[in-house]
Design a protein around this ligand. Structure first.
Ligand code: GDP
Length: 530
């Protein structure tokens, strides 16, 4: 038992969230470099190498040179075993991106210092808030002209509604970037633009009261720094680990991932401030990895058709407690059956490898003969508990779908239901009619292509997609509400899901508020129950 808890205590499992181009890939790569998992920057999938990256599992991925799947990177550093969950950005943004956050214990938010909070960060941040997980901020690209530091913090606080606590403070930016001042140590880590590819570059620290400081920065820069420190000490939130744990206070760090500056400092602080795997809610109360000795895990993502010939799937699961052994038997709660967990795999940089053992906090991919659904629990515990389900996230693109050949109705319904069950798309119906009209909702538009491609290749069905103008969906929380009497805006549409639960679609965001105003007592939610 103690070996298992020791292993779990070492685990740090987090997701990196950011807007495309903020520097997530570069930062991840530098982390791996420090962990010795790769020995040269440029090994992790980047734009240039994306074509050969993680997956050539689906033709569509190959055609577009992008990866539809997200991966997990594991490496060791300073006695910790670190799992980084990649959240796909760019065009491959999908519901999986959100679901990945359900498997993380904390999140690192990378922000471009010249841009502040951007759209995709905002979306992913909402999911972190819903989960109350710790959120750390790395403000990147300080070697470029940046926004005013106070303005940046203000932007985070206002846009995201989280308090910030700068652990270090930048001295200048762009050509005038001199380094960061560590508020706790009261020393400056000096910036040299020489560390790009390796971890061996020069790291020089100097105390603020050292007379030599003047040879590293202009007098007015120093004066500005002293002024800002004073202002900060008086005005900014104090570091409070409790608030960090609850996700109410974000420790902020500054650096430049590209030049390797501030990355190791961030990693060291972050590992101390973030948590090892925490208890998770189940229908039998919280399951604590420090006391629960049996293996338990939940499925947060299903990757279909990695091998076209076999129509097989991989179920990605987050281990929450205990030890995993390759080929072990465990009970699949939702299926009500014992299953063998075979062909376990893990991602390592851009390769998949088979693994023998894994522990609470780790992510593994298991061969799925088509039995698992998102949110399912697998455990060896005689208690047979089920972890809390994964919510359904709001799609942002909608289309009406019809099959070209009406004789293929059966295959069409089977295929579209199967793909929805895997969580790639969500399907809805008109509120007052039956299954003839199917409305599909997706988080990322690429999923429409995935749907089209898979229906044709796996089920032999051609479809026509007619895109709809709606961009916002809300689940109705108080289901007893009389839908016929509900009065909305002219751009609103009533629909229902396959479980007959009512939902509303809107073209404009402001219509949501108007609809709420017009219908007293109406409760709308951005997350659906699965
Ligand atoms: P991602 O889309 O968030 O994964 O961003 P990338 O890591 O691919 O970075 C986007 C672009 O910004 C690339 O051209 C990087 O080389 C560049 N970049 C990343 N970090 C820095 C940095 O600290 N400074 C500068 N100047 N450029 C950076």
């Amino acid at each position: 038992m103690s070996k298992i808890t020791d292993e779990i205590k070492k685990r740090r499992t987090f997701a990196i969230i950011s807007h495309p181009d903020a520097g997530k890939t570069t930062l991840t790569e530098k982390f791996l470099l420090y962990g010795g998992a790769i020995n040269q920057a440029g090994s992790v999938k980047g734009k240039a190498t994306a074509k050969h990256a993680v997956s050539d599992w689906m033709e569509i991925e190959k055609e577009r040179g992008i990866s539809v799947t997200s991966s997990v990177l594991q490496f060791n550093y300073g006695g910790y075993c670190i799992n980084i969950l990649d959240t796909p950005g760019h065009q491959d943004f999908s519901e999986d991106t959100y679901r990945t956050l359900m498997a993380a214990d904390s999140a690192v938010m990378v922000i471009d210092a010249s841009k502040g909070v951007e759209a995709q960060t905002r979306k992913l941040f909402k999911v972190c808030v819903m989960r109350h997980i710790p959120i750390f901020t790395f403000i990147n690209k300080m070697d470029r002209e940046a926004m005013d530091t106070f303005e940046l913090l203000d932007d985070i606080e206002k846009e995201l509604g989280i308090a910030t606590c700068p652990v270090n403070w930048p001295i200048g930016s762009g050509k005038a970037f001199r380094g960061v001042y560590d508020r706790n140590e009261e020393e400056i880590e000096l910036f040299f633009d020489t560390k790009k590819g390796t971890t061996t570059g020069e790291v020089k620290k100097i105390r603020l009261d050292d007379p030599d400081v003047d040879s590293y920065m202009d007098p007015d820069q120093k004066e500005q720094l002293l002024g800002e420190i004073e202002l900060l000490d008086g005005a900014s939130a104090e570091f409070d680990q409790d608030l960090v744990d609850k996700g109410e206070l974000s420790p902020v760090f500054f650096g430049s991932a590209l030049t390797n500056f501030g990355v190791e400092t961030f990693l060291q602080h972050f590992l101390k401030m973030t948590t090892s795997p925490l208890p998770r809610h189940s229908d039998k109360g919280d399951i604590d990895p420090m006391t629960e000795k049996d293996f338990s895990a939940f499925v947060f993502k299903i990757q279909a058709n990695m091998n076209k010939a076999h129509r097989d799937r991989i179920a990605f699961m987050r281990i929450c407690s205990g030890e995993f052994d390759a080929g072990m038997d465990a009970f699949h709660i939702q299926g009500g059956k014992k299953v063998r967990l075979s062909q376990p795999q893990q991602m390592m940089a851009s390769e998949r490898k088979m693994i023998e053992k894994a522990y609470g906090g780790d992510i593994i991919g298991i061969f799925d003969p088509g039995i698992f659904s998102i949110g399912d629990t697998i455990t060896t515990s005689p208690e047979k508990f089920a972890y809390e389900g994964i919510p359904t996230f709001a799609p942002e693109h909608f289309a009406r779908v019809r099959q070209v050949d009406t004789m293929k109705r059966k295959q069409f319904i089977k295929g579209i239901n199967q793909i929805a069950q895997e969580g790639a798309i969500q399907i809805f119906q008109e509120f007052n009619t039956g299954m003839e009209e199917i409305i599909v909702g997706v988080v990322g538009v690429l999923q429409f292509d995935v749907l089209k491609y898979r229906l044709k290749n796996e089920y032999g069905v051609d479809i026509i997609l007619e895109t709809l103008p709606y961009e916002h969906i809300r689940w109705i929380e108080n289901e007893e509400i009389d839908m016929d009497r509900l009065t909305g805006t002219s751009d609103m549409k009533k629909i229902k899901d396959l479980k007959e639960r009512p939902l509303l679609l809107f073209v404009h965001e402001w219509s949501i508020r108007m609809t709420l105003e017009r219908n007293e007592g109406l409760k709308l939610s951005e997350f659906g129950r699965s």
